[in-house]
Ligand binder design. Sequence first.
Ligand code: 5GP
Length: 196
Amino acid sequence: MKLLKDKVMAEGIVLGNQVLKVDSFLNHQMDPVLMKEMGAEFARRFAGEGITKVLTIESSGIAPAIMTALELNVPMIFARKHQSLTLKDNIFVEKVYSFTKRETNEITVSKKFLRADDRVLIVDDFLANGEAAFGLARIVEKAGAAIAGIGIVIEKSFQPGARLLTEAGYRVESLVRIASLEDGAVAFVEDAPIHS
Ligand code: 5GP
């Protein structure tokens, strides 16, 4: 997605060789025009999949997920990272190790929002080792619902998440794919050349 690539190039800050900071448009300040475009792109890619719910994890997944849900005209659910006092029973709980925070969180979704006949699109901001996406997928599976696919804003293809999710049988669609963050520079996975 060219608009997103341009934004990453212009505003992304590389931390170490593994982490991309994009707090000017995705992780702190958010760009609503870009979010709207991203939602339209996910909706286009997953059109025809019969999606009934979009599922993400708080907090940075919420903006792209709500825009996708708006385009698809379905509800969006976000998994909570902190257990709420009003949400103790009737919840699905999964442990997820956070790549950026280096800690394990219990993520929860109320059972009343996921049903066995749902077809769920999982959306998240980044894909690294796949911990968050697998945790969300386990929740969908516990509900007996189907996973229509996984939509990722920024995939770091040099980390194993995308490969592991694909090997597990999930369809992963990433809006940009990063091949490397070595030496402080962002290198994208080249789009496949078009052969005539
Ligand atoms: P995973 O669960 O796939 O290992 O990592 C994805 C999660 O970690 C995302 O939900 C995101 O919050 C965070 N994350 C992973 N890598 C990055 C990164 O390079 N930059 C930012 N801002 N967040 C990341």
